[in-house]
Design a protein around this ligand. Sequence first.
Ligand SMILES: [Zn+2]
Ligand SMILES: [Zn+2]
Ligand SMILES: [Zn+2]
Ligand SMILES: [Zn+2]
Length: 554
Amino acid sequence: MASLPPRLSHFAQAEPAFIQAKSSFLTPGHSTQAKPLANSAPTAPAPRPQQQQLVQNNRRRTEVAPAPVVSNEKQPAKRKRRRADSNSPDAPYVRLVSITDDDPNAMDVEDVDGLKSRNFQAFDRIKDPMICCIYCHDVGPYIWTCQAEGCGNPVCVGLSECDHGCVNIFSDPETGNMSVTEKTFMCPRCHRDKGLAMTYNVQGYSVRQDFLYRNRFPLLAIFLSWSGFESPFASNLIRLTLEEHYRRDKSRLHIMTRALRAGNNCPQAMTPSFDWMREFNYEGNLLIFVNTHSDTKTGNLVVSGNERNPTSIPIYELLSKYIGDHNLRAATHAISAINKKAGVGPCIRGLVICACGSTGRLDDSALLLTRFVKEDILDFVLTFSGVPTMDPVVVPALNRFIENVYVYGLQMWDALEESFGEDRHALNQSPVFLSFAEMKTNGDKVRQRTVHTRVLAYSNLRDGRPWGLDIYRCLSAACNAPAYNMVFHPHGKQYYGKQWVQTKIKYECLECGVVQKAISCPPWIHAARSQNYGRVWYEWPLSAEHKRDIGIIC
Ligand SMILES: [Zn+2]
Ligand SMILES: [Zn+2]
Ligand SMILES: [Zn+2]
Ligand SMILES: [Zn+2]
């Protein structure tokens, strides 16, 4: 995989200060600021070391020298607008919204209060996570934690008739003895896992539910939405959901929103958010959510212009211009180091591109996204690989996926199967692309990282998508008709349950009239683990050999 686009090197290869020089980043006495890149976004000032900031923990203590560059955040200088490059997001296309100056304090920074309170002491900002009952999210004095090894689930306990607990443990009215005490308490889930009967009363509805665990890491969530959408529905829904989950732990969630539009790229507006992460040594999760259209031919993302005359750029350029190389490099680099050791983490760096399907569908674009994960810049990239993407249809499942990863702490592939895999509306509208790093602790020292890139799809013969492949073609070489001109049916013995994928198919081609029978599922197509039929996944992009299996001649 030699063809790394030149601009991705901003985050990875060619720039030694980033991925390759991880050791120097962690060396005591080294500035945490890497040098600015020669061709970074024109509006980016030299990265400004945080004044008098002490980064402390057991492993290192880095003292950053006072900044030589004067902060311009309080009195933003009037910026010269550049008009030279017609491919730049600054290009003077028809603007949908009038442009004001790029003052980071005045632009669409919704977290204005957060910015104003930046002078607070670090310890005022991040609070310990609130311990609440795993079943009902109640807080209060009667929360007992499970004493079984490696568990620690908190459960609310009712100790007398007038208490309401998810678990009731009343003392014996005659002896006054209790069957369980706070020191011997074991949660319902552990009882079930060990096959033991519970000696107390369970009031809660679900005893063993999967979504018990909470990801306790603080979360920085950045939302970049194209201003051409009438309402940033996707960003709004996901943002509100996260805010609700962090309602009791507000200090542990930092949200930053910014519109994608001409002249609005201002990476220094993101710097306070990344400073927030630095205060806890980046031991947190990062979500970058991009919501826009994409170019059908390249998969590039629209950042300015309007529906008729859009300007699109590749994702690495978008990140560079809107988030800033120095911000992204510092955070992704530090989290990479955290994830290599077995102690803390893993912390998750995710990119969700909610855009038209070309971004995940086209080979080059898909390979580019995979690079972010392979190069250890991100831990997952999710996007769509259909043709159009209908936000109202897919966003509920997308919201659940993000919840599964960032709130419930599920593994990324499990999180996908338990969101899109369970939502036929969403998966019938568009297959989903996920490149992700599987992280496993090996022994007790290091964490192993394996990268997979897959598409999850819904097999729908009636709609002309065998195994979710609308790119299927008539297998007779002289014809090669597209799937929409073929009629598919199951053929022969029908299998059910987990074996459903063994059912063969037949088709009749409406162009050449051929009838092909007993076509079995190619071995590279896997049934997804789901309680429902029809969910499949395969490695993506398809190899030339795999394409040949489904009638695509390269
Ligand atoms: Zn409870
Ligand atoms: Zn337990
Ligand atoms: Zn679109
Ligand atoms: Zn044909």
